[in-house]
Ligand binder design. Structure first.
Ligand code: ATP
Length: 360
């Protein structure tokens, strides 16, 4: 069963407003693929073009080897899970899961067999006769998944399905969703503005901003080699320093950071840099570490303005002495214990980083 999805130069306009700029993208069969971006960037619009709720103004959507142009929503090999789950509150779990099959004329025995199997898949054995109102948030979530899978879609579309759950349950359900996806081998297309969700579950993520895909990559690559400033700022956390290029030596770039002196980082994959060009240097808080007088490499001296103890780490808000810019520094448990005496407001510290971890 080919659950691949191809967007072929699709554009979506609402009147004069272009919600999706020309986009071409292939999602592999059996892939867990996420669209990640801030509110209003066009995630739902893209999903709705795949499900058939919206027809692209230009371009075509393919599922497997079939163009979806003339295929209506309920004839597409897709199923959708919405943010509010849209379960039927006055029906039992069985009735909810079997609804789509009943509409398709599947007989009662086959329906029941299918829903028993699905309840086992989502770890809700024995809950079939329960009313929806008797279930917890996480259990409702599982019923929604089982109901969506009952019609045997090749592609499951998920529109921020975990956003109504509390933090603990959300984290638990991430692992469950991923496990269900692996077990079934169905293509999952997930949209979210929560980078944690996208990074933990996905094989690949498309980061979107203002109707445009900024980068498509696996989570590790997005984190290590953001292709644009938007991705660097949106995925994980980054300090941003304004600099100028002194010289590029392969991927490594020497930078003039004004009063901060000379710094260094690695050129982003798609970035073209000439000597003297303005360039943003991105430094992740967790890549900065306290250094001493004798240590080589880039040096950033700063004054601590706030100390946030987060349990497993300490987040420092500091201000760079030479430029007055803010710098956030995350110290792991060991390091923060080692420097416990220095971690006070008003204390001076010098931080270093490995240029291999910094993106220009
Ligand atoms: P959210 O995370 O808030 O749901 P989103 O990334 O899913 O955001 P979309 O719902 O796809 O964003 O909307 C993208 C843009 O298109 C928004 O500016 C929105 O106002 C606009 N838009 C969406 N649907 C319509 C419509 N039917 N008519 C006019 N504009 C629309």
């Amino acid at each position: 069963m080919d659950g691949s999805v191809r967007l072929d130069e699709v554009v979506m306009r609402f009147g004069d407003f272009t919600a999706i700029e020309k986009t071409t993208l292939e999602i592999g069969s059996g892939e867990f693929f996420s669209f990640l971006g801030p509110s209003g960037c066009g995630k739902t619009t893209l999903l709705n073009m795949i499900s058939g709720f919206l027809t692209p103004t230009e371009g075509r959507v393919w599922i497997g080897d079939e163009a979806m142009g003339k295929v209506s929503v309920n004839r597409r090999p897709t199923a959708m899970i919405f943010q509010n789950l849209a379960l039927f509150p006055l029906m039992t779990v069985f009735e909810n899961i079997e609804f789509g099959l009943e509409v398709r004329g599947v007989d009662k025995r086959t329906r029941r067999e299918a829903s028993e199997k699905l309840l086992a898949l989502v770890a809700l054995e024995g809950s079939g006769p329960k009313q929806i109102g008797e279930l917890s948030g996480g259990q409702k979530q599982r019923v929604a998944i089982a109901r969506a899978l009952a019609v045997e879609p090749r592609v499951l579309l998920l529109d921020e399905p975990l956003s109504a759950l509390d933090l603990k349950l959300r984290q638990h359900m991430r692992a469950e969703l991923k496990a269900i996806q692996r077990k079934t081998g169905i293509t999952f297309i997930y949209i979210t503005h929560d980078q944690g969700e996208a990074l933990t579950m996905s094989d690949r993520v498309a980061v979107m901003s203002a109707g445009r895909i900024q980068q498509v990559a696996d989570p590790m690559t997005l984190y290590r080699s953001p292709a644009t400033g938007f991705v660097a700022a949106f995925v994980g956390e980054n300090n941003r320093l304004e600099t100028r290029v002194i010289e590029r030596e392969g991927q490594r770039v020497r930078l003039d950071a004004g009063n901060l002196g000379e710094l260094a980082g690695m050129a982003g994959e798609t970035v073209i840099l000439g000597n003297g060009d303005r360039a943003a240097l991105f430094l992740r808080p967790e890549h900065l570490k306290p250094i001493g007088e004798g240590d080589a490499g880039p040096r950033l001296s700063a004054t601590i303005e706030a100390v946030h103890f987060e349990g497993a780490w300490v987040m420092l808000e500091t201000r760079l002495e030479a430029s007055g810019e803010k710098l956030r520094v995350q110290l792991g448990h060991e390091v923060s214990r080692q420097y416990a005496d220095s971690l006070d407001i008003g204390q001076r510290m010098t931080f270093g980083y490995d240029p291999a971890d910094a993106v220009v």
